[in-house]
Design a protein around this ligand. Structure first.
Ligand code: ZN
Length: 172
């Protein structure tokens, strides 16, 4: 089921999310819905708070080539447990901040630990777009958006555009 994605500014996008104590069927359904919502948008990552659910779960698939086999990943309670000194700059966007992009600098490679939907602890090194995306999504669980890395003036400009967009959407 495709769910509604919250648009910034929204207080639910600024909250620190709660760790999930265990894997339930309800959580598996949420993960399915998150992937469906992400692919439909379309996007390469989505965090539960973007659907107004303040739990620590994210989904991502950064296989961007059209011909590539989808590689959906679901991470429960994800954690960065190591990061490279080397950095990467990406022109980031966010499904909660539609059509706005800005360069953000982050560690180029990260090691991530998470719980999969079978309740097993997983660990993996990620780099390139995957590394950027997983850091962006984990930030969402801390109530942090990519625009929080920008200079205040740029951030305010984007926020005003989003307020205007939300007013237009409310009228439509
Ligand atoms: Zn985002």
């Amino acid at each position: 089921m495709i769910r509604k994605i919250l648009i910034h500014p929204d207080p639910r996008l600024k909250k620190v999310c709660a760790a999930l104590p265990d894997i339930s069927d309800e959580l598996r359904t949420l993960a399915d819905d998150m992937l469906e919502t992400m692919y439909a948008a379309p996007g390469i990552g989505l965090a539960a708070p973007q659907l107004g659910i303040l739990d620590r779960i994210i989904v991502l698939d950064c296989e961007k080539e059209d011909a590539a086999t989808p590689k959906p990943m679901v991470m429960v309670n994800p954690r960065i447990i190591g990061s490279s000194d080397d950095t990467n700059v990406y022109d980031e966007g966010c499904l909660s901040i539609p059509d706005q992009y800005a360069e953000v600098t982050r560690p180029k490679e990260v090691r991530v630990e998470w719980l999969d939907l079978d309740g097993n602890l997983q660990e993996q090194d990620m780099d390139g777009l995957w590394a950027t995306c997983v850091q962006h999504e984990i930030d969402h669980l801390e109530g942090k958006l990519f625009i929080d890395y920008l200079k205040p003036l740029k951030r305010q400009m984007i926020t005003r555009k989003m307020q205007k967009l939300k007013r237009e959407m409310a009228r439509a």
